[in-house]
Write a protein that binds this ligand. Sequence first.
Ligand SMILES: *[C@@H]1O[C@H](CO)[C@@H](O)[C@H](O)[C@H]1NC(C)=O
Ligand SMILES: *[C@@H]1O[C@H](CO)[C@@H](O)[C@H](O)[C@H]1NC(C)=O
Ligand SMILES: *[C@@H]1O[C@H](CO)[C@@H](O)[C@H](O)[C@H]1NC(C)=O
Ligand SMILES: *[C@@H]1O[C@H](CO)[C@@H](O)[C@H](O)[C@H]1NC(C)=O
Ligand SMILES: *[C@@H]1O[C@H](CO)[C@@H](O)[C@H](O)[C@H]1NC(C)=O
Ligand SMILES: *[C@@H]1O[C@H](CO)[C@@H](O)[C@H](O)[C@H]1NC(C)=O
Ligand SMILES: *[C@@H]1O[C@H](CO)[C@@H](O)[C@H](O)[C@H]1NC(C)=O
Ligand SMILES: *[C@@H]1O[C@H](CO)[C@@H](O)[C@H](O)[C@H]1NC(C)=O
Ligand SMILES: *[C@@H]1O[C@H](CO)[C@@H](O)[C@H](O)[C@H]1NC(C)=O
Ligand SMILES: *[C@@H]1O[C@H](CO)[C@@H](O)[C@H](O)[C@H]1NC(C)=O
Ligand SMILES: *[C@@H]1O[C@H](CO)[C@@H](O)[C@H](O)[C@H]1NC(C)=O
Ligand SMILES: *[C@@H]1O[C@H](CO)[C@@H](O)[C@H](O)[C@H]1NC(C)=O
Length: 425
Amino acid sequence: MAQYSEKHSLIVKIAFIAILGCVGLTQAVTLEVKDGNSTCIKAELSAALSIQYIVTNGTRTATLPIPDSATVGSSSSCGGDGRAPLLVAAFRSSHSLSLSFSSNGSLYRVDNLTLEYNLSDSTTFPGSSATGLVTVSTASTGILAGINTTYRCVSASPLSLGGGGVTVTFSNVRMEAYMPGADLSLNETICTADQGVTTPSLPTTTIPKSSAPTTAPEPTPPGNPERGNYSVTNSNGTACLLARMGLQLNLTYTSSSQNKTIQQLVNLHPNQTKNTGSCEPTRAVLMLMEENTNLSFSFVLNSTTSKYHLSGINVSAAWPDMTQPFSGSNGSLEYLRGTLGRSYMCSAEQTLSVVPEFSLNTFQLQVQPFGVTGDQFGAAEECQLDEDNMLIPIIVGAALAGLVLIVLIAYLIGRKRSHAGYQTI
Ligand SMILES: *[C@@H]1O[C@H](CO)[C@@H](O)[C@H](O)[C@H]1NC(C)=O
Ligand SMILES: *[C@@H]1O[C@H](CO)[C@@H](O)[C@H](O)[C@H]1NC(C)=O
Ligand SMILES: *[C@@H]1O[C@H](CO)[C@@H](O)[C@H](O)[C@H]1NC(C)=O
Ligand SMILES: *[C@@H]1O[C@H](CO)[C@@H](O)[C@H](O)[C@H]1NC(C)=O
Ligand SMILES: *[C@@H]1O[C@H](CO)[C@@H](O)[C@H](O)[C@H]1NC(C)=O
Ligand SMILES: *[C@@H]1O[C@H](CO)[C@@H](O)[C@H](O)[C@H]1NC(C)=O
Ligand SMILES: *[C@@H]1O[C@H](CO)[C@@H](O)[C@H](O)[C@H]1NC(C)=O
Ligand SMILES: *[C@@H]1O[C@H](CO)[C@@H](O)[C@H](O)[C@H]1NC(C)=O
Ligand SMILES: *[C@@H]1O[C@H](CO)[C@@H](O)[C@H](O)[C@H]1NC(C)=O
Ligand SMILES: *[C@@H]1O[C@H](CO)[C@@H](O)[C@H](O)[C@H]1NC(C)=O
Ligand SMILES: *[C@@H]1O[C@H](CO)[C@@H](O)[C@H](O)[C@H]1NC(C)=O
Ligand SMILES: *[C@@H]1O[C@H](CO)[C@@H](O)[C@H](O)[C@H]1NC(C)=O
């Protein structure tokens, strides 16, 4: 429950708004729930939604912000009579995000975050195979603050709803429930994500909108990516999918600063990447989320042949220099083929082409999407590239040995001939 300097917080906010303004993806909304004249919940926040849905081809990802035109839904309430205080943000006529609060007298928390979206809205979900309302929720939001304090979280914190496929990323949040007055309390509870962040890297003056220095494109190639460890766990806490790899995105997009199409390599930073996912008997999904980049990998298992492969990759990226956010997906891939109970390994660099504008380079990869036991990789099956790489020293060695043998034989024959020559004379 630290008190946060107002000036500092303002600088952070200005920097954030400037960056977000460039991205144009996330919008800030202010929502207020009242009971008569008294305010009980107030929230200023940005939220980005990423929703995977089914199309005839496979899956697609819709990414959208909660727009600043969002309104407080009529089912919002201050609670009482056995009901929990509820904040509902309604947007695009038939979608809503609800936060339900609870308190034990000294702390309050969001104990249910529910997203309701309407797949019939073809502007948001073009090509969706299904229609109608879908409701997903999570009880673990990590949003927790002392009573009579404002919950503050500038950092982007992605939350996975409904077992993967839907991600809600909050950022720049100032929010309070059970409010003692009409305005947000000056005392703040700072979220753990912000406590780890040291802000000196943020510029201390307002950033001009045309140049956001913190995230300008890297002009030089980024070098090999760092290797990250990712895992997906079952409801009972055991790992069901393991992955260890370095990832590099190769993306072609229209740069707003250069006003032309550019091709850029960007490494994923494991220490800034969050991962979630889901495991089903014949389908497993790994989602990786960095600040403004989301990647999801779908693996399928053919239970008759006991072989698995990577069948789909979804990417969405909202980089500051993009004229518009990029998203791409391909659900008919056949990469990383392995056998149930074993892991697939490829130390050599591999290129996974997804769509014409996007490919993914993998480095030192080892994955096992099915049949993981004891939180450990099963025996590894090496990729062809690695086997070829191992073949080279073998071939060179064999060639050298052959050469030595030829020289030796030639020498022996030569010696025998000259002996025979002497004898005939
Ligand atoms: C709300 O405030 C207005 C003016 O401030 C007052 O006239 C009205 O009676 C109040 N309503 C309630 C329910 O307190
Ligand atoms: C599959 O997806 C691609 C691009 O996403 C689209 O051009 C194509 O028409 C789709 N095919 C079918 C059969 O839906
Ligand atoms: C879902 O969207 C469709 C098309 O926009 C609309 O007709 C329908 O009433 C919406 N359903 C709900 C429950 O809002
Ligand atoms: C409320 O919950 C927190 C942790 O969940 C606990 O530390 C605190 O003592 C509780 N307060 C009351 C009044 O029960
Ligand atoms: C959250 O609330 C909704 C609506 O009340 C309910 O259907 C859902 O099961 C709840 N989710 C969790 C994880 O508690
Ligand atoms: C919160 O503030 C209200 C009004 O100022 C006060 O009555 C209440 O005791 C405070 N609660 C705590 C836990 O500080
Ligand atoms: C955990 O759950 C999975 C299926 O959800 C099951 O196969 C596995 O045996 C369980 N592990 C333990 C230790 O209970
Ligand atoms: C990135 O993609 C482009 C276009 O597909 C390709 O020409 C280029 O070689 C790729 N670069 C790397 C390092 O993979
Ligand atoms: C961007 O380029 C297009 C044509 O390539 C040109 O028409 C347009 O004026 C340029 N915009 C800016 C802001 O330079
Ligand atoms: C992440 O790792 C890189 C390289 O190891 C390091 O420079 C950077 O400071 C780290 N960032 C965080 C937030 O830990
Ligand atoms: C599994 O593989 C077999 C043999 O390749 C194929 O005939 C079958 O259609 C596959 N099953 C699924 C569900 O893909
Ligand atoms: C998806 O990947 C397959 C196999 O790599 C490729 O043939 C196909 O063109 C890709 N689809 C799109 C829409 O790029």
